[in-house]
Design a protein around this ligand. Structure first.
Ligand SMILES: Cc1cc2nc3c(=O)[nH]c(=O)nc-3n(C[C@H](O)[C@H](O)[C@H](O)COP(=O)(O)OP(=O)(O)OC[C@H]3O[C@@H](n4cnc5c(N)ncnc54)[C@H](O)[C@@H]3O)c2cc1C
Length: 398
């Protein structure tokens, strides 16, 4: 029986482990030293706001053998992993599902390191980050939180902390935060939802930070100053892989999620680490939970196919949903909006937008429109464009 190793026990790794284990192959699932596989989406929605203890964010058992040891690197030709202990582990096929790491503030930001070591500047990516945020917020009620970034995690966290009674200010480089990821129309709607709730410093960047014993003050690039008890950096993510892929580029994969660096070496990649190519478009990466899980299953099925144990799963096309609850409204997306070169508003109330690459529908986004998006999902990646008449509930078209 072939021996399969999976590095990374998050969305992609655990979904793949479950699929492979169910097919009867031997699977070793590697998590970092001391890490219990956990649901990262609960870092802000559960742990940071004190709703859940880290242990409550644990993922269910996959049936695969769980090895809590960081993988330091691998030798693709020898088909061996190098483990933190110095041991090695031989495999017949390998899935890399190591996800991403958070972008931090640039090194040039004066006072950055003091703010981090003083505990008042943090990312919000790991359970440890969330515990740090939770504990600091517990000592300062209400706290003044500076949210650096305007993507979905930043937006959702700003909303959660506001609901918890804190005073959140948004600081974003973009005029319409999130427009690149979810399209301009939906991003504008989100900005309008935030407006009555937060002080917003749009089109600004951080120039310097001063750390005091009880607060930090941030000077922005236009010279304005803003004070807070805590600043959270939510500037998106970069892929994070073991050697030889430790750089910021991720692991390019083919249409079946096989590593393009090692085409014949039975290496696959899925989730936040994988860099895809869409026909007619450049490369892209998706860092959402359901899509990462779908990639994990797809890569596992390709792997089984390469071992003559399953049919070819075909080309991987991003078709999963993602959502965020923001100030009482639900943003939902399907597919990968950033693939689109043209956006069409299908409905203003509820807001539904369709994202096209040429005449192929590659994604849908909407606000309070989850059921409508679900009905339109089967049209993704087809070239029969959605027309207004196909949208189930539309009160006003533009
Ligand atoms: C605060 C927050 C909220 C989010 N909320 C949502 C949401 O609501 N909806 C949504 O769709 N997405 C959300 N996301 C994004 C989502 O969590 C990620 O897209 C998803 O977890 C990516 O899955 P993955 O399997 O690629 O990586 P992960 O789930 O991060 O798993 C990778 C695992 O690999 C481990 N690992 C890394 N390197 C090694 C190594 N060398 N050896 C051993 N193990 C290693 C890591 O420790 C990690 O456990 C959120 C992200 C954050 C940070």
């Amino acid at each position: 029986m072939p021996s399969i190793a999976i590095i990374g026990a998050g969305a992609a790794g655990t979904a793949a482990a479950r699929t492979l284990h169910a097919s009867g192959v031997d699977v070793d699932l590697y998590a970092r030293n001391g890490e219990v596989p956990f649901n990262r989406t609960l870092v802000n929605k559960g742990i940071a706001i004190g709703l859940l203890e880290p242990a409550q964010a644990a993922l269910p058992d996959t049936g695969a053998a769980l090895r809590s040891e960081t993988v330091r690197g691998l030798d693709p030709r020898a088909r061996r992993l190098r483990l933190d202990s110095g041991d090695t582990h031989a495999y017949d096929a390998l899935l890399i599902a190591t996800g991403s790491r958070p972008r931090t503030l640039d090194e040039e930001v004066i006072g950055r390191d003091q703010a981090i070591s003083g505990g008042r500047l943090t990312t919000l990516h790991s359970a440890a980050d969330a515990v740090r945020v939770r504990d600091l917020l517990a000592t300062t009620q209400p706290a003044r939180v500076l949210m650096l970034g305007g993507g979905l995690v930043a937006s959702e966290t700003a909303s959660l902390l506001t609901d918890a009674g804190h005073d959140v200010a948004l600081i974003t480089r973009a005029a319409i935060p999130g427009a690149n990821a979810i399209g301009e129309h939906v991003a504008r709607r989100l900005r309008d939802l935030h407006r009555p709730q937060h002080a917003a410093y749009l089109e600004r960047t951080v120039h310097s930070i001063r750390t005091h014993t009880d607060r930090i003050s941030i000077t922005l690039n236009d010279g304005s100053q803003v004070e807070g008890d805590l600043a959270i950096v939510a500037h998106g993510t970069l892929p994070a892989a073991p050697a030889p892929w430790t750089g910021p580029d991720g692991i390019p994969v083919d249409s079946r999620l096989r590593s393009m660096h090692a085409p014949r070496q039975r290496i696959y990649a899925a989730g936040g680490i994988a860099v895809h190519h869409y026909p007619g478009h450049g490369s892209y990466r998706i860092d959402h939970w359901d899509d990462s899980a779908a990639q994990g299953i797809h890569a596992a099925n390709t792997l089984l196919h390469d071992l003559d144990m399953a049919d070819d799963p075909g080309q991987y096309l991003p078709s999963s949903t993602f959502s965020a609850r923001i100030h009482g409204h639900t943003l939902t997306g399907v597919g990968h909006p950033a693939l689109g070169t043209r956006t069409r508003v299908l409905s203003e109330e509820p807001l539904i937008t369709a994202h096209y690459l040429g005449d192929v529908l590659v994604a849908l986004t909407g606000v309070d429109a989850a059921s409508h998006l679900r009905e339109l999902m089967p049209r993704l990646h087809h070239s029969d464009p959605v027309t207004e008449s196909t949208v189930p509930v539309t009160r006003q078209h533009v």
